[in-house]
Design a protein around this ligand. Structure first.
Ligand SMILES: *[C@@H]1O[C@H](CO)[C@@H](O)[C@H](O)[C@H]1NC(C)=O
Ligand SMILES: *[C@@H]1O[C@H](CO)[C@@H](O)[C@H](O)[C@H]1NC(C)=O
Ligand SMILES: *[C@@H]1O[C@H](CO)[C@@H](O)[C@H](O)[C@H]1NC(C)=O
Ligand SMILES: *[C@@H]1O[C@H](CO)[C@@H](O)[C@H](O)[C@H]1NC(C)=O
Ligand SMILES: *[C@@H]1O[C@H](CO)[C@@H](O)[C@H](O)[C@H]1NC(C)=O
Length: 401
């Protein structure tokens, strides 16, 4: 092993040395070269980026019968995807996350997404609940159970039209606030097995706790946040007063010793124990481009074909263009925004966090459950997901309490 280690170390040094040899001028040359390539191949999109786009010849977008393109793909599976919010469109995920094309921030034109989930399975991106994206109707749901009922109604109609998908293995997936939607939808399907002619296998979500680990998160990325010592001291003091300090070290150890205490009296603290909001406000003072979904972002904010929340108002928003709507058979008179301007839960979401209620049941009934988390995400923090998982009682443990 030793010779190998030395060899690796030498390689690193060599790479560092050659990186130093590149002058600023050379770097600039390469960037100009790359920019030229974009300009010649993606002229229309570049003009759109500059804000004076003409309709750029969107051709028919055809929705064919789903086909799993990848070598590992299965035609027996159907993945349902919903974005979070609540009220954010799944078309964002289709175009910028797990769909067949990628037209992400700063990209002048779309590229093929080599990591598309469609390589493995048929995927259905649904804009829900009512009030989201192109969905039609007036929002009237009070909680996640209402949401599940409406969604299953849609799925039944969907299967009437695409009857060839009946009987497929279903996986429910989604990110962010969908950590609330997906377990409740899954639970409703498990509790009402005759409603849907699909065989639910499992769920995939990315979600969970933000407050308890927020100050730890700032300390982990201290260089990135660059807060001054006065503010860091204030955060440390607040974390201690709110009983956040040392929480993860003490409680997120395996196996768990019992239920985890909630520091304070609510999963959604207000006042000085709402450190998350305080950190966010102050991060924006130092870095006006601070992005809670992707903490390394700095100025300038990148152009986004979907007019993303985090960026300045941009147009035209791709899915809101008339010719795009016509091409995908979306209602032309519905304004599309990435995240809805109306409240999709008009009186708020009356349901408790899914981990306190239905999620344990869903995990027990599912063949597979994946709870994923991005490390560059500050809106919901990875350590928080560990806290929530740690606090769930599953299988035999439930009887012990
Ligand atoms: C779009 O599809 C329709 C129906 O198949 C066809 O008549 C039309 O020519 C197509 N338009 C373009 C621009 O391909
Ligand atoms: C996914 O499919 C695309 C398009 O067919 C292909 O270019 C890509 O290599 C595939 N990726 C994987 C991981 O199979
Ligand atoms: C852990 O679960 C219990 C029981 O559901 C709940 O009362 C408590 O608030 C939870 N703790 C955390 C940190 O969420
Ligand atoms: C923190 O824990 C102490 C000791 O258990 C308790 O007295 C205090 O009320 C807690 N603080 C908060 C904000 O919950
Ligand atoms: C330290 O940071 C805090 C929070 O951003 C700010 O309010 C305060 O003015 C800063 N103090 C100094 C001395 O820069």
């Amino acid at each position: 092993m030793r010779p190998l280690t030395i060899f690796t170390a030498l390689l690193v040094i060599a790479a560092a040395a050659s990186a130093r040899l590149m002058t600023k001028h050379e770097i600039r040359e390469r960037q100009l070269e790359a920019a030229k390539r974009w300009q010649t191949s993606g002229r229309l999109a570049v003009r759109a980026a500059a804000g004076y786009a003409k309709p750029s010849g969107v051709k028919n977008i055809t929705f064919t019968n789903p086909k799993a393109a990848g070598p590992e793909g299965s035609l027996d599976d159907l993945i349902f995807w919903t974005s979070g919010g609540p009220g954010c469109s799944s078309l964002k995920a289709l175009l910028q996350e797990n769909g067949p094309l990628s037209w992400s921030w700063g990209q002048a034109k779309p590229t093929v997404n080599e990591q598309s989930w469609m390589n493995l399975s048929s995927v259905l991106w649904v804009e829900q609940p009512v009030g989201t994206g192109f969905s039609q109707g007036t929002p009237n749901i009070q909680n996640e159970d209402d949401l599940a009922v409406q969604l299953i109604g849609f799925m039944q109609q969907f299967l009437d039209v695409f009857a060839e998908l009946k009987g497929k293995k279903l996986y429910l997936t989604g990110e962010s606030y969908a950590g609330a939607f997906v377990p409740y939808i899954a639970n409703y399907i498990y509790e009402n097995p005759t409603l849907l002619d699909l065989s639910l296998q499992g769920i995939w979500i990315g979600d969970l706790q933000a407050q308890i680990p927020a100050v730890d998160f700032v300390k982990k990325y201290a260089g990135l946040f660059s807060f001054n010592q006065t503010y860091m001291n204030y955060l440390e003091k607040t974390a201690a007063q709110c009983n956040y300090t040392g929480y993860v070290d003490k409680y997120v150890t395996y196996p768990p010793t019992g239920l985890l205490p909630l520091p304070g009296d609510s999963v959604d603290p207000s006042g000085s124990c709402d450190v998350w909001n305080d950190i966010y406000n102050n991060a924006l003072i130092i870095n006006p481009a601070f992005n809670i979904y992707h903490i390394w972002d700095t100025y300038p904010v990148l152009w986004d074909v979907l007019g993303d929340l985090g960026s300045s108002v941009q147009s035209p928003v791709y899915f809101d263009r008339k010719e795009v709507k016509e091409a995908i058979h979306a209602p032309v008179d519905t304004e599309w925004t990435e995240c809805s301007n109306v409240h999709v839960f008009p009186n708020g979401d009356g349901s408790l966090p899914s981990a306190f209620t239905v999620l344990p049941n869903v995990i027990e009934k599912s063949k597979r459950t994946v709870i994923a988390h991005g490390l560059a995400d500050f809106i919901l923090i990875a350590e928080g997901a560990r806290i929530v998982i740690q606090n769930m009682t599953l299988f035999a443990d439930r009887k012990k309490g």
